[in-house]
Design a protein around this ligand. Structure first.
Ligand code: BEZ
Length: 400
């Protein structure tokens, strides 16, 4: 992304006009009065609070609010006013839902969402409005690829990133072929694509792609098909309630212990309490793991558990880092969010001290981060090592 030349878009011209206006008015006022006039920072949370991804939305919200509370409830000196929309993981309602925040509530920044299809529905509206946007989960490649924009930021992953390293992992285990099973929508298809690319580079072969419609969880027919194919390995992407159901069904179908199961880490993150021993031994790649044992991770886990009486997962980390990134942006302009160019520059330069380990943003505004190999041991996704150091999404088609 050519940073300077992108700031002349509609949204940023509006932003610059606002800056000029604010500066002129501010020059006539004492600094304190000017700041007071800015009022509270309006933060719009657009996340799933119902349906199969409801738990993910709650974890992201908790993580985000924890980051803000650690800063005394203020960013750049300004208190926060929250506006919340349940997006129900429904792509068809995405434009209407995000417009509630942009048009009705006139938020300064949108934080959302989980589902890749909803992300793409939001992208159309937010590109047009120029509203600052931090995505704390949904991995749709286009957001930081062909549809990238100066006001779009992601603190999670691209779908491609989460499975690309698995190719090397399967090769190291001696697996020559694999079947991929997932939901039929952007996240599943892109995670399948990331895996295929990585596995084929290692000489492996993806022999079958199996899909169920989102958010259905009827896996029986496809598990029977897997049993008859007898691949060296199965790779899966499901998340939330769907992941818990898949792990239990894989075990019930008698495949556990016979055909090794792998996945992007969403398959086992945040679900281990619900699945008994169905997850035991499953290996996944992801940008977070249990047992990282860093100072930052320990402090985060302690604070999260104390505040919410829950153990954090990858979604909580991504929400927390969305708060940290926004804090970097607001600190950079001393709370003057009307200075959009300044906020963006400060966010682009941020080095995020994350519970997952430090990360920075790529030119397309997606984290460049280590991908861990994890293995389910008891109720933990125990870190086994780094599967891919500083993996950057290829950002294909990002020309802005
Ligand atoms: C997605 O739709 O991008 C997604 C949803 C849940 C977990 C990971 C990715």
């Amino acid at each position: 992304m050519q940073k300077k030349s992108t700031y002349d878009r509609r949204g940023f011209l509006l932003g610059s006009t606002a800056i000029a206006g604010a500066t002129a008015a501010g020059a006539l006022l004492p600094t304190g009065t000017a700041l007071a006039q800015q009022g509270k920072l309006k933060v719009g949370l657009m996340l799933p609070y119902t349906g199969t991804f409801a738990q993910l939305g709650v974890a992201i919200t908790n993580g985000f609010k924890l980051a803000i509370e650690e800063r005394g409830g203020k960013l750049g000196g300004r208190e926060i006013e929250y506006f919340t929309v349940d997006d129900e993981s429904n792509p068809a309602k995405a434009p209407e839902n995000v417009n509630k925040l942009v048009q009705r509530d006139k938020v300064d920044v949108v934080i959302g969402t989980v589902h890749s299809g909803v992300v793409m529905g939001m992208a159309k509206v937010l590109k047009e409005s120029g509203t600052l946007w931090i995505n704390p989960n949904g991995g749709a490649g286009a957001m930081t690829g062909a549809a990238c924009a100066p006001n779009f930021f992601r603190t999670s992953f691209s779908n491609w990133q989460t499975t690309h390293a698995l190719g090397k992992v399967l090769k190291a285990k001696g697996h020559k072929n694999a079947v991929f099973i997932t939901w039929k929508y952007a996240a599943g298809e892109e995670m399948m694509g990331g895996f295929k690319e990585g596995f084929e580079k290692e000489g492996g072969k993806l022999t079958k792609e199996l899909y169920v419609p989102f958010p259905q969880v009827e896996f029986q027919a496809l598990l029977t098909e897997i049993a008859s194919i007898k691949p060296d390995a199965v790779v899966a992407f499901f998340a939330g309630g769907g992941a818990a159901k898949f792990l239990k069904d894989y075990q019930a179908a008698g495949l556990k212990g016979k055909i090794p199961l792998y996945g992007s880490g969403f398959l086992t993150d945040g679900v281990l309490e619900a699945v008994g021993d169905a997850g035991e031994g499953v290996e996944t790649t992801l940008h977070y793991a249990d047992g990282l044992d860093t100072k930052k991770d320990k402090a985060f886990r302690l604070a999260y558990a104390k505040t919410f009486k829950l153990q954090p997962d990858v979604y909580a980390v991504q929400g927390y880092d969305a708060g940290q990134l926004l804090a970097a942006g607001l600190d950079g302009v001393k709370g003057n969010v009307a200075n959009k160019v300044g906020v963006i520059k400060a966010m682009e330069a941020a080095k995020i001290d994350s519970p997952r380990g430090p990360w920075t943003l790529s030119k397309a505004h997606n984290p460049v981060q280590d991908m861990y190999l994890r293995k389910v041991v008891g109720k933990e996704n125990k870190v086994q090592g780094v599967a891919w150091k500083a993996l950057a999404d290829p950002a294909r088609g990002c020309k802005a």
